[in-house]
Design a protein around this ligand. Structure first.
Ligand SMILES: [Zn+2]
Length: 356
């Protein structure tokens, strides 16, 4: 009898324990779902630089216009493919991005130098620092003679990697080494890059910039046009060359040519590209007056909003690569259509009339 009483007591006690545990669990669940709802109603946090590690791979296309000051540096990732267009003016700054993008000890499939100005090539020297163990498969540039010692250093690194590391060094004047003006590279997630021959005999390095068209895995979702520092002479020639028909210049996003200079845009160029967004890579303190008032007026006149790296930090564009997936464009901070401290009206002749 006593044994039976003890058994009943133990059974009731363990039942009470189970019920209590269940109640605690459901309380916790309610609390956490409340917390989740609370979090969902808050604005999403701005992505910190370290969030680069969340890049998902697969078919997602990621484009980052890096905040490197007065210069250009763009990273493109799709599947396992990695592409860099220009490296900005400062190796230390670009090196920090190589760290945060987890590019050390990796293969970068394609590096493109748009043209031979320091604010585009200088940071690229960091790619070849031995300690980084970065393997570059293809390097594209127009190979024009240029006197700068730092450019010679970059070219020496490229040549030595051809011997030691089977790097392929391509001339943008014949980008696929087959005599054709457009070289198409397909990334492993399905995105495509068209690398185009620059204006032969352009009047200086800017007008020898290589144009690149980036097409997302779902071409209807995302396209982008980047043409380095091409000025009026070359952007007019893009149409003469027929790039508006092949590979086509209509895009979702236009990288402002020449850091938002008035000589990097015309109403015709905007009509041909018809972007939904303009993104400009520009330093807050620059001696050129970028972004020029005239350029902003042209963008505004066409109803195209802009982000700019000096005010918005690194600008990230993502397209999931699925049919109809569209794209998002996210600045590190700040709103659209901002002005910068160096912005001013340019007095150069080709721009003056465009103010009216
Ligand atoms: Zn530049």
């Amino acid at each position: 009898m006593l044994k039976r009483l003890i058994f009943v007591f133990l059974a009731l006690a363990s039942l009470a324990f189970l019920i209590d545990a269940q109640q605690q669990r459901s309380k916790r669940t309610r609390r956490s779902s409340h917390r989740h709802q609370h979090r969902a109603t808050r604005k999403p946090a701005k992505p910190p630089v370290t969030s680069f590690v969340t890049d998902s791979g697969g078919s997602e296309l990621i484009v980052r216009l890096l905040d490197v000051g007065q210069g250009d540096a763009t990273y493109i990732g799709n599947g396992s493919s990695k592409v860099i267009i220009d490296g900005g003016p400062d190796p230390a700054t670009f090196g920090r991005y190589l760290d945060s993008l987890n590019l050390n000890n990796s293969t970068i499939d394609v590096v493109i130098l748009s043209h031979q100005h320091l604010d585009h090539y200088s940071g690229l020297r960091e790619l070849f620092k031995t300690a980084r163990h970065i393997h570059v498969r293809y390097f594209f540039e127009n190979k024009d003679p240029a006197p700068a010692a730092t450019l010679a250093e970059l070219r020496d690194s490229i040549l030595s990697r051809m011997d030691r590391d089977s790097l392929i060094y391509r001339d943008t004047d014949d980008p696929c080494s087959n005599g054709r003006p457009i070289c198409t590279i397909t990334m492993t997630g399905g995105a495509k890059l068209h690398i185009m021959v620059p204006l032969p005999g352009g009047d200086g390095p800017n007008n020898r910039s290589t144009a690149v068209k980036l097409i997302g895995p779902d071409s209807a979702s995302f396209t982008m046009w980047l043409a380095g520092d091409a000025e009026h002479e070359e952007i007019g020639w893009f149409e003469t060359m027929g790039y508006n028909r092949n590979p086509g210049m209509l895009v979702n996003v236009l990288k402002a040519d020449h850091h938002g200079s008035c000589n990097g845009v015309t109403p015709r160029y905007l009509a041909l590209t018809a972007p939904r967004w303009v993104v400009a890579s520009v330093g807050a303190r620059n001696e050129y007056g970028h972004m020029h008032t005239q350029a902003k007026k042209i963008y505004r006149g066409a109803g195209v909003p802009w982000y700019r790296t000096d005010q918005n930090g690194t600008i990230t564009i993502r397209s999931p690569g699925t049919v109809g997936g569209g794209f998002t464009i996210i600045p590190q901070r700040g709103g659209t259509d901002l002005d910068g401290p160096s912005d001013r009206v340019s007095r150069q002749p080709g721009c003056a009339m465009r103010m009216r």
